[in-house]
Design a protein. Structure first.
Length: 328
């Protein structure tokens, strides 16, 4: 049976670093994923109200489809400023493309934001939103081990009508291949089955990582708009919800293959949240590959399909773990 890596975190993929920074006054935060040296990357955007930065740079037809960091933030449009601090810190550390010998290095820092402005934190920041500072703090805190739940980009998140949060999971596929996922979980939909206790992602759980709850009977006909989603009361607003995610592997993939990995990983949202990819969400999945393990040419597409399937399962688990940790 396949098992998670030793930390059961995205950072089980060798080389990755993750850091969180949380502002308890604003009840918001930032999570930074670092890809030292720049990793091949792709992105898939499916939500109806996304807030993103540098997604087009990762298109396979463009010349800079390598990612030095991904920044997830609360704060909606204000949170996009978190990536400014991370960009400056990476360039100062010598990371990024040397476009001109006399110019600072230019790292590719992708960003995506979720909406947490309506929670009870103090958002009266005037001309000084805290997100650039939080980006710098999360960058400085980046390491292999990191907290889950109501931290970083998950601090002010809601999953339907319950607390959302930051989650992560990994899977060791053998032959040296490792897949990991991280998610900031703030969907308009519900992560729970109609009993309100069993995660939709329950079939993918490993070792009781989010409580070990299983359904007591068949779900039967399920209401399309679950009562514990924010759609039930018709109070949702466009762009007011989002699940942000990154999946990573230690295989050698090109930008187009990373895009396919991100597309397959989106299935993890469908396995864990109902409904998902709505007009009200800004769902985004980034995918990155370190290049450490050559997949070869013969059977390559089969191996890529296996990686994508594992990435979807990891992401479903990461979503459930984020809500489980936040509610605990």
């Amino acid at each position: 049976m396949l098992r998670p890596g030793p930390l059961n975190l995205l950072t089980d993929v060798p080389g990755l670093l993750v850091g969180n920074a949380t502002d308890e006054i604003a009840r918001s935060g930032v999570t930074v994923v670092r890809f030292p040296g720049g990793w091949a990357a792709g992105v898939d955007v499916r939500g109806g109200g996304p807030g993103t930065r540098e997604t087009e740079a990762l298109s396979s037809e463009n010349g800079y489809a390598r990612l030095h960091a991904a920044v997830f933030s609360g704060g909606s449009v204000f949170g996009l400023g978190a990536a400014d601090g991370v960009t400056a810190a990476l360039s100062n550390a010598g990371e990024g493309f040397a476009v001109h010998p006399a110019a600072p290095r230019a790292p590719i820092v992708a960003g995506a934001v979720l909406y947490d402005l309506s929670n009870d934190g103090d958002k009266g920041w005037g001309l000084e939103p805290p997100y650039r500072r939080l980006g710098l703090e999360a960058f400085a805190a980046a390491g292999q081990d990191f907290a889950l739940g109501s931290v970083g980009a998950g601090r002010g998140a809601r999953a339907g009508l319950v607390k959302g949060g930051l989650g992560s999971a990994s899977l060791d596929l053998g032959d040296g291949l490792v897949v990991g996922a991280l998610a900031a979980v703030n969907p308009v939909g519900s992560v729970y089955m109609p009993d309100g206790e069993t995660f939709w992602a329950w079939p993918f759980e490993i070792g009781g990582e989010y409580g070990g709850r299983t359904p007591s009977g068949p779900a039967g006909a399920v209401e399309p708009m679950p009562a514990d989603s924010r759609l039930a009361g018709k109070g949702a607003a466009l762009g007011a919800n989002t699940t942000l995610a990154v999946v990573a592997v230690n295989a050698a993939l090109d930008a187009g293959e990373c895009k396919r990995l991100a597309m397959m990983a989106q299935d993890g949202l469908s396995r864990a949240i109902r409904p998902v990819h709505t007009p009200f969400d800004g769902d985004v999945v980034f995918a990155a590959a370190s290049g450490a393990i050559d997949l070869g040419d013969e059977g390559r597409q089969h191996r890529l399909a296996r990686l994508g399937s594992a990435a979807g399962d990891c992401l479903a688990r990461a979503i459930a773990r984020g809500v489980y940790a936040a509610r605990a």
